[in-house]
Write a protein that binds this ligand. Structure first.
Ligand SMILES: Cc1cc2nc3c(=O)[nH]c(=O)nc-3n(C[C@H](O)[C@H](O)[C@H](O)COP(=O)(O)OP(=O)(O)OC[C@H]3O[C@@H](n4cnc5c(N)ncnc54)[C@H](O)[C@@H]3O)c2cc1C
Length: 320
């Protein structure tokens, strides 16, 4: 079977969920070969093998941490030259899309970004994209070169399928451009202790109805009682009540948790684009006509300032 390169997103060898989703999709079109750059390859290989990587091409060099994307593109291209894959899959993060685009230009291939599904077609892999705020679904195929596809988080559920996952060293020689942009400082974001938004099993989001940054603590308290991540509508983010990194929707993040709780959010199409594939959707809104209610499994018509604290108390009581 043809080999498919999968670019690994990880933190010191802890593989992030979107990569497990890529491995799951890659198995539909070939044998996944993971490309792991930076520290922790042996640790990562256990997880990568569990999710179907037949091998793990690993490279470690100071350049990966010290310079912006080009060293990683050099390494991915080295893997491409070694493997001659039938496709290259990369997570659809901002960095992933830049790496993928640069690789596609170098190898003279077509690229599809922000795919939400991938399947084998008669003439190669066919990618699904959700466009115009999810109003349309398109299917596309790369018609020139080796398909390079970036895939959005939560496009599929990761499924284990154990494979060898043996680590092989990848020889990388960096080009002149690799050291063109040096990272001069790094400041870690203060941890909230909550799960990452795109990876959380439960997300509680607040919108304009929360009516001020000072009120967002009630959303956070419900989230904490459920072990959830906190999301926000663009209206709440634009008003400066919550950081943009927490925005859910077309111009924010796409989430697909087991449970999505929308509080004080009307359900505009651009918000729905980022959460409508959630498994169970609950909305709390004082307007019974709010469009969000068209989408929900459970709806509560009421004032969130009354409902949310009661809900938090109830969750805490039931958890004992
Ligand atoms: C190109 C483009 C991209 C966009 N991208 C995004 C995006 O990524 N994400 C996004 O969210 N939006 C996005 N938007 C904006 C989107 O169109 C809406 O304006 C936005 O989602 C509205 O946010 P909201 O639901 O919080 O506010 P509103 O639409 O104002 O709704 C507030 C809701 O809160 C309810 N409410 C008020 N007070 C209470 C209370 N006390 N208790 C209970 N309910 C209450 C109201 O009944 C109302 O339904 C985008 C728009 C454009 C044009």
């Amino acid at each position: 079977m043809a080999e498919v390169l999968v670019y690994v997103d990880h933190v010191d060898g802890a593989v992030r969920k979107p990569t497990l989703e890529l491995l799951t999709l890659a198995r539909r079109i070939g044998d996944p070969v993971a490309v792991h750059l930076g520290p922790g390859a042996d640790e990562a290989a256990k997880t990568l093998g569990e999710y179907g990587a037949v091998k793990v091409l690993a490279a470690e060099a100071g350049e990966f941490a010290d310079y912006l994307v080009v060293p990683k593109v050099d390494a991915l291209q080295a893997a491409y030259d070694v493997v001659s894959p039938s496709a290259v899959l990369v997570p659809s993060s901002a960095e992933g899309k830049e790496i993928a685009a640069r690789l596609a230009v170098r190898i003279g291939s077509g690229i599809i970004t922000d795919a939400v599904d991938l399947e084998e077609g008669d003439e190669g892999p066919v990618a699904t994209q959700s466009v115009f705020a999810a109003a349309f679904t398109t299917k596309s195929r790369v018609s020139k070169g080796t398909p390079v596809v970036t895939v959005k988080p939560n496009s599929t559920s990761p499924e284990a399928a154990p494979a060898a996952g043996a680590v092989e060293q990848l020889q990388v020689s960096f080009g002149e451009a690799a050291t063109g942009t040096r990272i001069v400082s790094r400041t870690p974001r203060e941890s909230t202790g909550r799960p990452e938004l795109t990876e959380a099993a439960i997300v509680v989001s607040g919108g304009r109805g929360v009516n001020g940054a000072e009120n967002f603590h009630i959303i956070e308290e419900l989230a904490d009682s459920l072990g959830a991540a906190v999301g926000a509508s663009r209206a709440a983010v634009d008003a400066g009540w919550y950081p943009h990194s927490n925005q859910v929707g077309q111009t924010g993040k796409t989430v697909s948790p087991q449970l999505y709780v929308a509080t004080g959010i009307s359900g505009a199409i651009q918000h729905r684009a980022g959460m409508q594939t959630s498994k169970t959707i609950v909305a709390i809104n004082k307007d019974a006509e709010a469009p969000i209610f068209d989408l929900v499994d459970y709806g509560i018509v009421g004032d969130l300032f009354e409902v949310v604290p009661k809900l938090t108390e109830e969750v805490k009581t039931r958890k004992g």
